[in-house]
Design a protein around this ligand. Sequence first.
Ligand SMILES: [Zn+2]
Ligand SMILES: [Zn+2]
Ligand SMILES: [Zn+2]
Ligand SMILES: [Zn+2]
Ligand SMILES: [Zn+2]
Length: 197
Amino acid sequence: MKRRFIKVILFMAIMCVLCLHVSIIAYAEQSRDCAIDGHDWRSATCTEPDTCKECGETKGEALGHSWENPSCTMPKHCVRCDETEGQALGHAWSQGSCVTPKVCGICSKIDGKAPGHTLDNKCDTVCNVCQKTVGVPAHEDRNGDGECDVCNAKLSTGENGDEGLGVGAIVGIVLGSISILAIIAAVAFAAIKSKKK
Ligand SMILES: [Zn+2]
Ligand SMILES: [Zn+2]
Ligand SMILES: [Zn+2]
Ligand SMILES: [Zn+2]
Ligand SMILES: [Zn+2]
């Protein structure tokens, strides 16, 4: 029991000595005398002149910010300390059109792609946005009624061949009917003739 107590006392004593030692070093550093040892200068910054880390004495003047002009995306900023002032200019977009994308007049950045013309369907050749006529209408007449299936435009040339065939068919039907009538008439005539005999 007694030995253990002595051990504890000894341990505490060692700790005290250590503490004291550390405190003495700290005190010695604190009491560093600029007049004797010279100042411990920290270099000037944009906003502070050369400053002694120990006594706070200053020398000369602050550097002042080294401003760079604002750009489209960056406000006026200091190249040394990244301090900013105001706001970025923002892009100055040109009008752009269906075929040309918007371009920034300041930094020449291109804003995406040109949207292309806006047409209702493949027969429409006038852009709904810029009113320009583009391409040729691609009419389509699958049911052969002489009108475009998409836009109902009357289709003049090119489909006449079909119509000609139609006329031919009608002529054929008429001629056919006439010949059938002729045969009936002939048969009837023959029957009448044989009755007369
Ligand atoms: Zn000092
Ligand atoms: Zn600065
Ligand atoms: Zn820009
Ligand atoms: Zn257009
Ligand atoms: Zn059409």
